[in-house]
Each structure stands twice: as C-alpha cells, then as structure tokens.
Design a protein around this ligand. Structure first.
Ligand code: 5AD
Ligand code: SF4
Length: 475
C-alpha cells in the first residue's frame, strides 16, 4: 500500500508546489514561535555516504527556510534520521538510536520523529517500524525527498504516522533550498541511482535507476556556488563515469568536467565514485591536462580475485584493474588512489584474499575502506549458498587491513618535506591550536593556525608523515 508508483506528472512545477507548502509550514512555525517566544528546534542526523550528506543539506535548507532553528542535539522539536542500508550494521545503528529517541519523546510528546533515506525503501523495515516504533511520525524514501515540505506539513497537521514511499522516480526536481555545511566547498549531485547491480549491493534497489541531471542545471548550480565563495566542488554520483549517457542530448563525464573547469572561482574539482569498467581514456586525458581536477581518484576494487569479481558482477578482472592503475599512474604520476574492498563475499577462499592483497601491493593505494561482506536481502549474493562464517571473514579482514596500512603509510609518506597547497577546512577536533585541511590528493594535513585560515588555500610544508595524514607548517 505504501509502496506507490510515482505520479506520472511530477515535473518542474513540483518545485512551485513545494514552495507553497513551505509557506503553509512557515505559518505554523511562526505561530509556535509566537506562543513559546522562541523558534522550535530541529536536528538532522545523517548516516552513510556523501549522497546522503548532500540530501541532508536539502532537508536542513527546507527546515531553516520554514523557521526552525537547527541544533546538534536530538532533544529537538523535530528530529529526522537520514538513513543508510548499504550494510546491516547501518540499519542496526538506526534501530538502536530510535530507541533513545522514543525515550526523549516520552518526556516531550510534542516532539516529531521522522525517518528517510535508503533504509526506508525496504518493505521489511517499514513493517518493523510500524510494529515496534510507534512513536515515529513521518517516513519517506529516497525518491520523494523533494516532497519534504509537503510531508512536513502533513506531519505537523496530523496525529497519524505519515508514510510515503515511492518505488521509483524518473524525475529530478530543481530549485529547492539547500543549506550548505561548509561555506567554501560543496557537493553537487550530477546523477542519481545506479544500473550496475553488483551482486552484493542494495543501492540499485533503494536508489533506483540511473538518472543524470542536465549539464546546464549542474553548471548553473556551480556558477552560483562560485559566486557564493565556494572554491571546491565534489561532483556526486554512484557511478559518475556513466554520467550523461542517457540524456536526450548525451554528454560524457569528461566533457562535463571540462565545462566545470571553465567556471571562475572554482579552484578544485573532485568527484565520486568511479566504476573501473567505465573509466575512459578521455577522462584520464582531461584529468591529466586539468589545473583544477584534484590528484585523487576513488576507484573501488571490491576484490582482487577475478573469480570473485565475476560472481560480484563487477565486469572487470584482476588484470584489467591493474592495467588501468598502471595507465593512470603513468599518465598522472602524482595521483593518489583510494579504494573500497569487501572481504568475506560468499565463496571467497583465502587464495582469493591473496589476490586482493596482491592488488593492494601492486596498486599502492593511499587508503582503502575495507568492509566485511554484509548480506542484503533481495540481492543475488544473499541467495548464494556458500556464505562465509563471521570469524573466518574477520580473520581474512585482518590480513587485508594489514596490507592496506602498509601501502597507505608508504604512499602517504612520499610527499614528506615538500611544500604543497592545502585547503583549510576546520579547527582540529583534538587540538584547537591546529587547523585541518586537505591536499589536492585528499590527504589530511594538520598545522598551527586559526579560524582566519578556514576556506583558504595556503602553502604548507609537510614536515611529518603519520600514516594516513601529515603534520605540517604554514610557509
Ligand atoms: N557488504 C559489504 N560492503 C558493501 N558495500 C556495498 N554493499 C556491501 C555489502 N553488501 C561497500 C562497497 C561499496 C561501498 C560503498 O560499500 O565496497 O563500494
Ligand atoms: Fe552498488 Fe555496484 Fe552500483 Fe556501486 S556500482 S552503487 S557497488 S551496484
């Protein structure tokens, strides 16, 4: 019942409709503010990837627009969890924290609890929440996040649990407010969804088919960001290398990058994520000749064993991955490579893991996010018979981690002693006399400095290499 098909008529006018709902919610919030003498508070908690972080900025944009005060504490008047379901532990964390939220709500019954994001696209999750988490007021999914203003209105004017989940959408709604977390850098969605169906992955089921934004919409957004003082953009998509293929007027990702490069004010361009099977020579050449595209590529390996890669439906081999890395290294010698690796995929043997470790050594990754395989209901890998016991997976995971740490330290250390540009992002979390920033190749650098440096690109001598990061001195 809740899993509706998206209305056929969703289009750009949808943006206007949502602005009308924002006006209605504004009145409700203004009334609450008048009554209590202070703005009601809201808190947005994000689980998962950069795409979710970007979606949360859209939620915060709307909440601020209608008059909420955004706070970090979950003892707020409106709390929303933007969830992730890529691995089961992400789901478990949400359930754990929901328990705590329900406790807050007992003491403050006027509080509203909302859930959205990837986890909500799974019917079994909705059933569980309806049964065991009755305090939840609003649930929506990934395809109708642009209807948040309307759903917020319904929630604030009803005592029932509001549930609105769509199976799919082929539309993209532009022109809604966004509240950026950083003033000097911003993620920019260039596409949504994924068509790859890697056999372990739930993303194509919860984020739907690939849809690219029109290049003009993307470029206009980036021009506006640049005018607003943004220096670094991160182009976001599950598989950016296939950007633009399905547009009415197709355009390649490499071509989009050359257009972004022309925008004055933008000094650094990043993108995420690349699928090795789609990484073109055109892209390598554009990166090589670019002054703005950062010297970093996140290129998920998943496994170094061709046998496992085939079962994962990754559509490349150990050899073709390594050949691609060689090509990248010879064309762009200062490129930092990072990756994702899954250990414990069904049927994976210690010999398969040897292959993964072999690729880690040969590819010389600067960093690798290593995950233990998590069985996701509905994916082809979940139905495979030879699932690996937890202890065995953990044993192999430790071997992989050891190999990663070694190459990461070696690779990161290579710039020691050099002076490199750093975009300063924030005051160091642990030591307020330090600031933290990033090199073009994405490595973190900590050095003495103050808030006046935040948002500036400054030259820093990399005095000490500390595994995954550097300590440095402003020059
Ligand atoms: N189990 C473990 N890791 C997974 N990933 C995706 N699906 C799963 C799963 N079922 C990892 C992949 C992907 C990253 C975002 O999450 O490595 O690149
Ligand atoms: Fe998942 Fe594969 Fe798509 Fe990445 S490319 S989101 S791992 S299906």
């Amino acid at each position: 019942m809740e899993f509706k098909n998206a209305p056929a008529s969703v289009n750009l006018e949808e943006g206007n409709r949502q602005h009308e709902y924002m006006e209605k919610v504004k009145e409700i919030i203004a009334e609450k503010t008048r009554k209590t003498g202070k703005k009601p508070t809201c808190c947005v908690t994000t689980f998962g990837c950069q795409m979710n972080a970007k979606d949360s900025e859209k939620l915060v944009g709307i909440l601020q627009e209608v008059g909420y005060e955004v706070i970090d504490s979950e003892e707020a008047d409106f709390v929303i969890y933007n969830t992730c379901t890529v691995r089961d532990n992400a789901n478990q964390r949400v359930y754990g924290r929901l328990g705590q939220l329900q406790y807050y709500k007992k003491h403050k019954p006027s509080m509203k609890i909302a859930l959205c994001g990837c986890m909500m696209q799974e019917p079994s999750v909705i059933e569980k929440i309806k049964k065991s988490y009755r305090q939840v007021d609003l649930i929506f999914g990934t395809h109708n996040i642009f209807r948040f203003a309307e759903l917020l209105y319904k929630t604030l004017t009803s005592d029932e649990m509001v549930i609105d989940i769509w199976k799919e959408t082929d539309k993209i709604v532009e022109s809604l407010p966004v509240e950026r977390k950083y003033s000097f850098k911003s993620g920019v969605n260039i596409m949504f969804g994924c068509n790859n169906f890697c056999s372990y992955c739930i993303v194509p089921y919860v984020r739907g088919r690939e849809r690219s934004r029109e290049p003009q919409e993307i470029l206009n957004e980036i021009r506006n960001l640049a005018e607003d003082g943004v220096k670094e953009v991160m182009l976001l998509g599950q598989n950016v290398n296939s950007y633009g293929k399905n547009l009415d007027t197709p355009i390649s990702f490499a071509k989009l990058l050359t257009e972004v490069e022309k925008i004055d004010g933008i000094e650094r361009i990043r993108f995420m994520t690349s699928h090795p099977k789609d990484l073109s020579d055109e892209l390598i050449s554009v990166m090589k000749n670019s002054k703005k595209i950062c010297r970093h590529l996140h290129l998920p390996l998943q496994s170094g064993s061709t046998r496992v890669l085939t079962r994962m439906n990754r559509r490349y081999t150990k050899e073709s991955y390594l050949a691609l890395v060689e090509k990248l290294r010879s064309e762009i010698p200062d490129l930092a490579l990072t990756t994702d690796i899954i250990v414990g995929f069904p049927g994976e043997t210690p010999e398969d893991v040897d292959d993964t470790i072999d690729v880690i050594r040969k590819a010389r990754f600067n960093n690798a996010f290593t995950f233990i395989y998590s069985k996701r209901t509905g994916t082809p890998a979940a139905a495979m018979e030879d699932q690996i016991p937890e202890e065995e997976a953990q044993k192999q995971f430790n071997r992989v981690l050891e190999a990663v740490l070694k190459t990461a330290q070696e690779q990161t250390g290579m710039l020691k002693g050099l002076v490199k540009d750093v975009l300063v992002e924030e005051i160091n979390e642990h030591d307020a006399s330090l600031v933290t920033g990033r090199l073009s190749n994405n490595t973190l650098v900590h050095f003495k400095g103050d808030t006046s440096l935040i948002g500036h690109i400054v030259p820093v001598r990399l005095t000490e290499a500390k595994g995954f990061y550097y300590l440095g001195e402003l020059v």
